[in-house]
Design a protein around this ligand. Sequence first.
Ligand code: FMN
Length: 203
Amino acid sequence: MKPRHFTVAITGASGVIYGLKVVEELLRGDSRVSLLVSEAGFAVLRQECGLDLAGTPGEILDGVRSHLGLPGERLSYYDLNDLFAPIASGSAAPDAMLVVPCSMGTLSRISSGNSGNLLERAADVMLKEGRPLVLAPRETPFNAIHLEHMLKLARLGVRIVPAMPGFYHDPETIEDLVDFVAGKVLDAVQVEHTLFRRWGSRP
Ligand SMILES: Cc1cc2nc3c(=O)[nH]c(=O)nc-3n(C[C@H](O)[C@H](O)[C@H](O)COP(=O)(O)O)c2cc1C
């Protein structure tokens, strides 16, 4: 099977570690990843993961590669102002786009079709091309605006996979909880993984 191409967008919701885990897992397989990070996403990466990504797109790409400890030849990074990136066009749309974690701000802009930057445009392209778009919203509690946006998008076929870890797989570490959410995101796009033990399988 041809290697698949995914866009992964990390926004400024808590839980940016989920996005990094999804990127890592896709690269450990044979997928190609186009990575996007919002400005708030960079701030939360600094705050929650101590990962300070700055500089040119090439320097940011190197920073992600060295953080993941992977060569990452199949990893590309695009600035959100780069509306000339291939993923801005339906003619070069990836196989699926994953927004992990998805802030309520980005959720709102995707649900209203606002294509003001590359992340929003890439998501809009997925919707117009009828390709898989997966959002992992993170906020608590949700207000009615958040819920309305999620319902609207779910009715358009967007997979809403909230960053809500389960506890039925006997997690022992924070990593186990992160892996559970990342694994559920990958399940939504049929990427095989062993990030968590499935219900009914032996330990
Ligand atoms: C440490 C930190 C944690 C945050 N956590 C969340 C969150 O869980 N959910 C959310 O919707 N916004 C959260 N925010 C606020 C968003 O970063 C903010 O609304 C931002 O404008 C989102 O921009 P973006 O959608 O372009 O990434 C957080 C901000 C900070 C600094």
